[in-house]
Design a protein around this ligand. Structure first.
Ligand SMILES: [Zn+2]
Length: 424
């Protein structure tokens, strides 16, 4: 078995230990020691990292009463020096102890017990039961709220209040004491056996709460540092609250601060006016896009007018043509639509852009035409190494740039042929 030092002392980060066995596994080696300060992943808290001599410990797990330390290479038999990564351990203790505080605050404010806790690599979550009853181990005693009516929706204002209360507990620097539960205490807590009573400790945050837990914890609530609630969402019958503590809150604040500074520069507005400045920018953009659309329509009308003046007479219908490098596909389609509507002209247009291997072709026909633009492009463009298709009145396709002129000629000939056939 492994003597688990973290159970007695969350501050213990180094020791020497005897290697009991080294096992080859898929992702390296697992080392079992006679004693270990390493916390294995359990109870919602991730495992410690660190070193066995100079060999990095990648993951730590508990099986039965043995702790398995995974390494990339095997360690030598005999004695090893164990060193836990203190920064990571402190971070985990801040998140985990902060969870105890937050969970108690939600019991105090809403009578909502925590049903699940997850300590993530970036943020942590607790799942609150707003309709639940508070168990004896979570309850402070005098205000036991079982059966009392409670609101079922979590709201922003409640979260803000909970965050403020939790940070008050931090400021009070309440001592945190960890003890092994007595037989009598274990007997009084029937929900313990389900989570493995033998590994549990009583975490006593002086004057706030006593809870049973297997994680590592700080010595005083002051060490938790700032607690920040990030978000909340409904998860089935529970409410998931995402939060950060300590260094993570500081990092988060730093990130937001840098973002605000950047936006302040970009918008030329102080942080308190950023939202207003962004709203103004969005309004300007909307106005600009409306104006641009109007100008596009006007431009399309001008192109349509000029193309109509040069249109070829195919008998029943006139055909306007345009090759341009200045218009987008959307604008070219608009020219076709305007020619059909204002001049009752068929239209074939192409975009010839220098350096581009492919080019776009648009074919449009006036409403009521017996021809089908989509079918015409679908038949002709593949002959020239391209493809196309679309509706009866408007179709689009693409061909290699060198085939633009031949494609337009083929389309013109096809229109003339079909219209010729249609004549009496
Ligand atoms: Zn805990």
């Amino acid at each position: 078995m492994t003597d688990r030092l973290y159970l007695k002392d969350s501050e213990c980060l180094e020791c020497s230990a005897r290697v009991l066995k080294v096992i080859r596994v898929d992702e390296g080696y697992e080392v079992v020691l006679n004693r270990s300060p390493f916390y294995p992943e359990t109870g919602g808290q991730g495992s410690d990292r660190g070193w066995l001599d100079d060999e990095p410990v990648l993951e730590v797990r508990l099986e039965g009463d043995q702790v398995f330390h995974r390494t990339a290479r095997p360690v030598k038999p005999g004695l090893v020096r164990c060193r836990v990564d203190g920064h990571r351990r402190m971070d985990q203790m801040q998140q985990h102890s902060g969870q105890h505080v937050l969970s108690q605050v939600f019991i105090d404010l809403l009578g909502a017990p925590t049903r699940a806790f997850h300590l993530g690599e970036r943020s942590s979550t607790i799942d609150l039961d707003l309709q639940g009853t508070v168990s004896k181990t979570q309850d402070r005693g005098s205000w036991y709220r079982e059966g009392r009516e409670r609101g079922k929706e979590l709201e922003d204002a409640q979260l803000a209040l909970a965050e403020a209360e939790a940070n008050d507990v931090v400021r009070q620097a309440l001592p945190v004491r960890i003890t092994a539960p007595t037989v009598a205490e274990l007997a009084e807590a029937p929900d313990l056996s389900a989570i493995g009573g033998a590994h549990l400790r009583i975490v006593d945050i002086h004057g706030l709460n006593r809870s049973l837990c297997c994680g590592t914890h700080v010595r005083s609530t002051a060490e938790i540092g700032p607690i920040k609630i990030l978000s909340f969402e409904r998860r089935g019958s529970l409410w998931r609250v995402e939060f950060l503590c300590g260094y993570r809150s500081q990092m988060h604040y730093g990130k937001l601060h840098r973002m605000a500074q950047q936006l302040t520069r970009l918008c030329s507005a102080p942080p308190e006016r950023l939202a207003e400045a962004v709203e103004e920018l969005l309004a300007l953009r909307l106005d600009g896009s409306r104006r641009l659309n109007q100008l596009r329509r006007d431009l399309a009308d001008v192109h349509a007018e000029l193309a109509a003046q040069r249109a070829l007479d195919l008998g029943d219908v006139k055909l306007a043509e345009l090759v341009t490098s200045r218009l987008s596909e959307k604008e070219l389609r608009l020219v076709g639509e305007r020619l059909a509507l204002l001049h009752r002209c068929a239209f074939v247009g192409g975009i010839a852009q220098e350096g581009k291997a492919k080019t776009s072709i648009v074919l449009s026909l006036p409403a009521g035409s017996p021809l089908h633009a989509g079918q015409i492009l679908d038949r002709i463009l593949p002959m020239l190494g391209g493809r196309g298709g679309g509706r009866p009145e408007l179709a689009q396709g693409g061909v290699p740039a060198s085939s633009l002129r031949p494609a337009m000629e083929k389309i013109r000939a096809e229109l003339a042929r079909q219209l010729g056939q249609g004549r009496p």
